[in-house]
Design a protein around this ligand. Structure first.
Ligand code: GAR
Length: 190
């Protein structure tokens, strides 16, 4: 059984998709949500799914203190793999090394294009015809780790940014859950 932690900061639709996927899964479990915002809607979702959560205050504490606390929590909960799902904090190289478990992120652009925040809007405001999603391993370079999967979508500017965002989310939910399940299965085999 893979023990999964999800890190999220906001609405948590990707957390919701992952929670639904693993609820039906008899092998792997989401054991923990790490969230850096006390009012984030993702916390309601965690309560609804009975997933334990920890709120981490990045403002009152130093980054090192915060990350050391997360490392302790991961250890206590015997977490095997982390999925970032709209987690808007950058994990330090030290954290990634000390955690020494796979950390995976989903990003709403075709990386290496539009790294960082507001990727979806920046793609929409560009002259690009297509955009998409990227699922990748996390390394010390922000949005720069090894790619696992990308999916493309046509940008239809007649339909607006909100429509594009909805379509991107549909793609994310479909493919992040699939990749997550596959990676957990592989972890189990190794
Ligand atoms: C998702 O679109 C995800 O790709 C993006 O935040 C959104 C979170 O949505 N992540 C990033 O931009 C990371 N750099 P959600 O809270 O509804 O899952």
């Amino acid at each position: 059984m893979a023990r999964i932690a999800v890190f999220a900061s906001g609405n948590g639709s990707n957390f919701e998709a992952l929670a639904a996927k693993f609820k039906d899964d008899k092998i792997h479990n989401i054991v923990l949500l790490i969230c850096d915002r006390k009012n984030a809607y993702v916390l309601e979702r965690a309560k609804n799914h009975g997933v334990k959560f920890e709120i981490i205050n990045y403002v009152k504490n130093s980054k090192k203190e915060v990350e050391d606390r997360i490392l302790r929590i991961l250890k206590e909960n015997e977490v095997d793999i982390i999925f970032l799902a709209g987690f808007m904090r950058i994990l330090s190289a030290e954290f990634i090394e000390k955690a020494s478990i796979p950390i995976i992120n989903i990003h709403p652009s075709l990386l290496p294009k539009y790294k960082g925040t507001e990727a979806l809007r920046r793609a929409y405001e560009s002259t690009d015809d297509i955009t998409g999603i990227s699922i990748h391993y996390v390394n010390k370079e922000v949005d720069g780790g090894e790619l696992i999967l990308q999916k493309e979508i046509i940008i239809d500017r007649d339909k607006g940014l909100d429509f594009l965002e909805k379509e991107i989310h549909k793609l994310e939910h479909k493919w992040y859950t699939k990749v997550a399940k596959d990676l957990c299965d592989k972890l189990e085999e190794s």
